[in-house]
Design a protein around this ligand. Sequence first.
Ligand SMILES: [Zn+2]
Length: 436
Amino acid sequence: MKRSAVIPVAALLLSVGLTAGLFCWTRGGMGKGVRPEFEAFRSEGGGTPEARLKAPEFSRWNRYPREPEIRVALREQPVDALTLEIDAPYRIRAVGGKSVLMRGARLASCRVVVDEKGLRVGGTRLDAEGVEIEVDRSPAIWVGGNEYRGRVRLYRRDKRVLPVNVLPLEQYIAGVVDSEMPAAFPREARRAQAIVARTYALYQVEQAPRGAVYDLFASTRSQKYQGYQYRGEKNRLLAGESDSSREIAESTRGVVGQHDGGLFCTYYCAVCGGKTVEGSGVFKDAAPVLSPVTCDGCRDARLYRWEAEVTKREAESALRPLLGREGKKLGTVKSLQAVRKGSRGASSQYVVRDDRQSFQVTGAALRQALGSKGLYSPNFDVQDKGQSLLFSGRGHGHGVGLCQWGARGMAQRGATAEQIFRHYYAGAVLVGLGYR
Ligand SMILES: [Zn+2]
């Protein structure tokens, strides 16, 4: 649920025209031939039976005739070594290759490292830049403390190893739902989360540059995913997915958000604090549907309001490298004040003064610099206390898009997944992809 405001460098490369075969999933828009998993949505859509009868039969979109696979990087950076264990008959091939380089009935826990020419799995040298592990029975592959469904690829990158899990999108979604939203949250909030997570993931698939070996990260840098199960503290085995999250994924199978004929990046946050933030103020690829909306569902969240006291000296050492990257030299911090409230909820501006000059910084930059000091969001007021600064803030996370605690509040008051989705991404519609 911790969501960092990472600003993706990749700009929106192209607006993919998805309209052709997507059937529009709007109120009363379901014709005959509706798939059983959409039945529940139909009843929630609110269309009258007459409207449904008149609705045209939708066509399936051939761009995704089959459920797509997703490639999840299991580490944000390549690592020196990994622990690998396989609990089923397996085969290892070079990625894209046919011949089997290594096989066995199972693989006891061993280390994976790179050497001059390839990868070393336990005592076996594999002469390849990347290998793929395939198993007879999934889930069976352990990488570090996590067991994953599907296949695992190990790439040799910068003299280190990068593990990537390749699996069907819906199995991935079942994992994300439980990692991103507690099982105790209402079902409709979790269904909205599944739709948002699926849209986010598929958007990343479509934006991945040619030659990329993964679509997104398993961490909150993208969205949190822990696989089928994992070892927690004291080696306790914990579930990465559940009957509930599998059902949530299945009951929203193939449903994604659409804006302007294409997928969009469905950014979401933990707690918005009462109003969501203008997406374009935070993310370069923010679609217009990421506009501020009021949210009164997140009042119960612990971080709906928060306070953090930071000494001026702490602020100084956190801000100095940040400003230094822009070629600015920060002296001894004298004051930090809000310049203006951002318009339409955009990132607000602050001015930092030292003994000689002043510097403008955004709320988002301050949050990035002072996150470890308890600044949970870029939305705050600041008060000068002499030696220190008192921040009084709202919410947790970047504040853009769906508010997870707000979705909880809306669902508790009877809102459906569709209503929740449409509240936070006003103007976007839900559509069903063609795969079964
Ligand atoms: Zn909220």
